[in-house]
Every structure is written in structure tokens, then in C-alpha cells.
Design a protein around this ligand. Structure first.
Ligand code: HEM
Ligand SMILES: *[C@@H]1O[C@H](CO)[C@@H](O)[C@H](O)[C@H]1NC(C)=O
Ligand SMILES: *[C@@H]1O[C@H](CO)[C@@H](O)[C@H](O)[C@H]1NC(C)=O
Ligand SMILES: *[C@@H]1O[C@H](CO)[C@@H](O)[C@H](O)[C@H]1NC(C)=O
Ligand SMILES: *[C@@H]1O[C@H](CO)[C@@H](O)[C@H](O)[C@H]1NC(C)=O
Ligand SMILES: *[C@@H]1O[C@H](CO)[C@@H](O)[C@H](O)[C@H]1NC(C)=O
Ligand SMILES: *[C@@H]1O[C@H](CO)[C@@H](O)[C@H](O)[C@H]1NC(C)=O
Length: 333
């Protein structure tokens, strides 16, 4: 090879390598993404969260759920955070979110603190991922390195929120399908459902199981009788408050542990969708529930892995989307 040809070949190799690196960078999240541009991002989010927790013992659960409700609708792009505007029909009013998803003002506080420290750098989609991770950790759950580098979307999809998010009355087949549609398998379904180890739930999501399950006029046979009587006190058949709150895990309401699975083992899952993971005849999820009920270590390991899987749903990266100035509005709108 002559000198000129050698240089040409070398240039070509470098160009191909750079192109591959650029493609890789735009497709892949990385836990060191803000190391150069906002090195204190984790410390800042943690500080705001600890303060929020002082007035609201439920906030860690609520923020964990927000990340989930974001990622299942056109990927982890912070679409759930957009308010109604001329260009946006907000997902906040979709059935699974309306009067249910919460924590938005704390996301605003995190964003404000980050805009002060490193303006225009940290996306709202990454804020949700970091807030979920730190919320689980501060509640006693597992730690993991959270992949970052998501960009914020400029659209929302209310129909997508209505259709893609699971309902507590979905059967196991439908739950599996909704998870598979975003690339998550049965282990992800069981592990991530373990997030119901903390947080609250309204009476309206259990009254059919207490009094008239699937139109039978009888309670859900897979609901423990003692637990049913206790829930009936909080959620009476008539004259009650359908928005009254109950603990998803009454044994340790604000702690992230394996008790969600221990509860299911004794027919004390709160939602139909919780108990089904064990009680559906032939359920492929039953053995996974059993393994997590026995071993908190196994649950924590799977939960961390599945949160990373969920956080990887269709992120916008590279020059896609934008970094919003306010999590509630698309820039320039
Ligand atoms: C498997 C399908 C799922 C269904 C059907 C479901 C359904 C629900 C429902 C109905 C509530 C109560 C909402 C209310 O009363 O307003 C709830 C709460 C909650 N969900 Fe799920 N969920 C599922 C999966 C998940 C996943 C994957 C996560 C997170 C990884 C999660 C985290 C939470 C948390 C932390 C709460 C409590 C929120 C709070 O107190 O504000 N859920 N879920
Ligand atoms: C936002 O828009 C939706 C759909 O048009 C509507 O149902 C909802 O009431 C609006 N919410 C507010 C606060 O304006
Ligand atoms: C959302 O909840 C409010 C009550 O807070 C209700 O008035 C409104 O109709 C609900 N919106 C939708 C779209 O269901
Ligand atoms: C919104 O989500 C639904 C899925 O339920 C999908 O069919 C539809 O194409 C989405 N709309 C847009 C504009 O992406
Ligand atoms: C699960 O629910 C879907 C949708 O409602 C229904 O079509 C299907 O037959 C149900 N499957 C089972 C096994 O009950
Ligand atoms: C139970 O629900 C079904 C339909 O969902 C209804 O037809 C029936 O009247 C209800 N039974 C009782 C005892 O409330
Ligand atoms: C119903 O319960 C909710 C949640 O605790 C509460 O905010 C609301 O004020 C209650 N409504 C009534 C009519 O008591």
C-alpha cells in the first residue's frame, strides 16, 4: 500500500469508528452521562427528595410510579409531565393518572434546583429515573446505577396512557401482553409489581373484590377473609369514600421490602392484578412470586435489573427531543 492509500485507509477507519461511536452514543444511556456537565445531580435530587419526604411519607412511592407511567407511554420521555396547552393534550387526565398519579410539584422542585446548578442540562425524563432510584434506596430497597442521557419529548399521548398502562382489573394474560408490548418479560412484570410494597391505594380499586367480584355478587375467592373484613371497614359497601386511602402493603407501608410477595402468599394482595400473579391457575409468574417471597436478595436483584429495563424503553437520545426548561411545557410554547 502506498503512503497516500495508507492515509486514506486510516481516515476511513477513523471515520467508520466515529460514526459507530456516534450511533452507539445516541442509542445508549450511560450512568456517567452528567459527570462532566452536572456532577452533583444525584446529590441535588436526593436533597430535594429528603425535604419532600418530611411533609409527605408517600412521596417516594408516588415518584416511583411516575417513572413507570412515563415509560409505558411512548417511552421514557417525560410525556406524563406535560400539562394541557395549545399543542398538548395532557396524559395527566388519562384514566390511570387522573386523581391518581401524583408528585408533580416535587418534580418541579427538583427541576428548579437542577436549573440553578446546571441550567439546561438535565432532562425531565432523567429526573424521573433518578427520583425513582433514590426513592427506592431511601425506603430501604436496592441500589443500582441508573443509566442516563434521556431527552424530553415534545408530544404526549392521552390515548396511549389509557391503552398501554395496566389496569388493576386486567387478567394475567393482558398484563403480560402490556409488558411485552414495551419489551418487558414475566420476570419484569413480577419484580416491578413488587413496587406495591409501598404507597397508597384508593378504595375504588378494591370494592368489586370485596362485594361483587366480576359480577358474581360475591367477594373475590382469592382474597383472604380476615383481610377482606379489615378492608371492608375502610371501604364500606355503601356510604363510603371511594377515594379513601389504604396501604398497598399494610405490614410495612413505607418500607421497600419483600413483604408484598409475602402478602400475596397468604392471599393478601390488594389489587386483583397483584393476587393474579400467584393465584391464576397455571400462572407462569407463580414460581417467580414464590422465589421473591423467600428471598429478599433475589427480589432486590431482579427489581434493580427490571427498573433498568423499564428505564430503557424507547428513550430519546442524542439530538432527538430536547431538554425542557420546565417539565410541564415544551420549550418555546
Ligand atoms: C402490573 C400492573 C400494575 C397495575 C395494574 C398497577 C395499578 C396500580 C393502582 C391501581 C394503584 C393505586 C392508584 C390509586 O389508588 O390512585 C397503584 C399504585 C402504585 N403503583 Fe402500581 N400498578 C402496576 C404496576 C406498577 C409498577 C410496574 C410500578 C413501579 C415500578 C408501580 C408502582 C406503584 C406505586 C409505588 C404505587 C403507590 C403510589 C402512591 O402511593 O402514590 N405499579 N398501582
Ligand atoms: C385538559 O384537557 C383534557 C382533554 O381535553 C380535559 O379532559 C381536561 O379537563 C383538561 N384539564 C385541564 C386542567 O384543563
Ligand atoms: C378527572 O377528574 C376530575 C375530578 O377531579 C373530573 O372532573 C374529570 O372529569 C376527570 N377527567 C377525565 C378526563 O376523566
Ligand atoms: C398513541 O398511542 C396509541 C396506542 O394506544 C397509538 O395507537 C397511537 O398511534 C399513538 N398516537 C401517536 C400520535 O403516536
Ligand atoms: C383476559 O382478558 C381479555 C380482555 O378482556 C380477554 O379477551 C381474555 O379472554 C381474557 N383471558 C383470560 C384467560 O381470561
Ligand atoms: C354485581 O355486578 C353486576 C354487574 O357487574 C350486577 O348486575 C349485579 O346486580 C351486582 N350484584 C350485586 C349484589 O350488587
Ligand atoms: C375522601 O378521601 C380522600 C383521600 O383521603 C380525601 O382527600 C377526601 O377529602 C375524602 N372525601 C370525603 C368526602 O370525605
Amino acid at each position: 500500500m502506498g503512503a497516500v492509500a495508507a492515509v486514506r485507509a486510516a481516515v476511513l477507519v477513523v471515520a467508520v469508528a466515529l460514526a459507530a461511536a456516534a450511533a452507539g452514543a445516541s442509542a445508549q444511556l450511560c450512568d456517567k452521562y452528567y459527570d462532566g456537565t452536572c456532577p452533583d445531580v444525584h446529590r441535588i435530587v436526593r436533597r430535594v427528595l429528603k425535604r419532600a419526604r418530611q411533609d409527605d411519607p408517600r412521596i417516594f412511592a408516588s415518584l416511583t410510579r411516575l417513572h413507570f407511567h412515563d415509560c409505558f407511554v411512548q417511552g421514557c420521555d417525560a410525556s406524563i409531565l406535560l400539562d394541557n396547552s395549545t399543542s398538548i393534550v395532557s396524559e395527566k387526565f388519562a384514566t390511570p393518572n387522573n386523581n391518581s398519579a401524583r408528585g408533580y410539584p416535587v418534580v418541579d422542585d427538583i427541576k428548579a434546583a437542577l436549573e440553578e446548578a446546571c441550567p439546561g442540562v438535565v432532562s425531565c425524563a432523567d429526573i424521573l429515573a433518578i427520583a425513582a432510584k433514590i426513592s427506592v434506596e431511601l425506603s430501604g430497597g436496592p441500589r443500582w446505577r441508573v443509566p442516563l442521557g434521556r431527552r424530553d419529548g415534545t408530544t404526549a399521548n392521552l390515548t396511549g396512557a389509557d391503552n398501554n398502562l395496566p389496569s388493576p382489573r386486567d387478567n394475567l394474560t393482558t398484563l403480560q401482553q402490556k409488558f411485552a408490548a414495551v419489551g418487558l418479560d414475566v420476570t419484569d412484570l413480577v419484580a416491578l409489581s413488587g413496587a406495591h410494597t409501598f404507597g397508597r391505594v384508593q378504595c375504588q380499586f378494591v370494592t368489586d373484590r370485596l362485594y361483587n367480584f366480576s359480577g358474581t355478587g360475591k367477594p373475590d375467592p382469592t382474597l383472604d377473609a380476615g383481610y377482606r373484613r379489615a378492608l371492608a371497614k375502610s371501604c364500606p359497601r355503601r356510604g363510603g369514600n371511594s377515594s379513601a386511602l389504604n396501604d398497598l402493603d399494610p405490614t410495612t407501608p413505607d418500607t421497600f421490602d419483600k413483604n408484598y410477595f409475602a402478602n400475596i402468599e397468604v392471599n393478601r394482595g390488594f389489587l386483583q392484578s397483584d393476587q393474579e400473579l400467584l393465584s391464576t391457575p397455571g400462572a407462569p409468574t407463580a414460581a417467580i412470586v414464590n422465589s421473591f417471597a423467600i428471598s429478599q436478595k433475589a427480589f432486590f436483584k431482579s427489581f434493580a435489573r427490571s427498573m433498568i429495563n423499564m428505564g430503557n424503553i424507547q428513550p430519546l437520545t442524542g439530538s432527538q427531543g430536547e431538554v425542557r426548561k420546565s417539565c410541564r411545557f415544551v420549550n418555546g410554547s
